[in-house]
Design a protein around this ligand. Structure first.
Ligand code: ZN
Ligand code: ZN
Length: 190
């Protein structure tokens, strides 16, 4: 799995992604990002969106996350050569290690994506959709941690765990983490 990364690259990536502080502080910075994104839909404490708009941004944002999770895992973590992919391959080699994308990198990317999208779309709706999409990302981080570290005796969890461990065992299958929905849709479920 690690063929793409030279040893010195690997050491740098490991140093940047494997501090225990970074792993857990990522939750703090991501929850802060979600709050900041959602606050884009408020002005002086009043919501700029109707209840129906909130309902659709919640459903749309979370569903969008599950689709992003599928393609980010497939393309960014496996297909396209980059330090991000090398970092993910370290996870494949050492599934129990606490590795996380450097938190400040995530903040820069998400804030840049928000301002970029706000040029072409309504800033309040963009903030609300992105808030729930990023809430989905936090759910993915927590679920992925649990899939490797928890042993919950629950049918739904055990099925998801089997789904993900098969991804670790085989190549090119089971890209979804929080759901196998898109693996069923795109016929990549093992
Ligand atoms: Zn993977
Ligand atoms: Zn994993």
């Amino acid at each position: 799995m690690a063929d793409g990364a030279s040893n010195s690259n690997r050491d740098t990536i490991r140093r940047l992604s494997s501090s225990v502080f970074n792993y857990w502080f990522g939750y703090v910075s991501n929850i802060t990002l979600v709050t900041w994104l959602a606050s884009r839909a408020f002005t002086g404490g009043a919501s700029k969106l109707s209840a129906a708009q909130w309902a659709s941004t919640i459903v749309g944002g979370l569903l969008l996350w599950t689709l992003l999770e599928y393609f980010l895992h497939k393309w960014l973590y496996h297909d396209i050569e980059s330090p991000i992919r090398d970092g993910h391959f370290i996870h494949h080699d050492e599934p129990m290690a606490l590795l996380g994308v450097p938190w400040y990198l995530t903040v820069v990317v998400i804030v840049a994506v928000y301002y970029g999208l706000s040029y072409i779309a309504n800033p309040a709706i963009t903030g609300a959709v992105m808030a729930f999409t990023w809430l989905g990302y936090i759910g993915y981080c927590a679920m992925h941690h649990a899939l490797h570290h928890a042993r919950w005796n629950n049918r739904w969890f055990m099925n998801l765990r089997r789904h993900h461990l098969l991804h670790h065992a085989k190549d090119n299958v089971n890209w979804g983490i929080t759901t196998d929905l898109w693996d069923r849709v795109f016929r990549t479920k093992a």
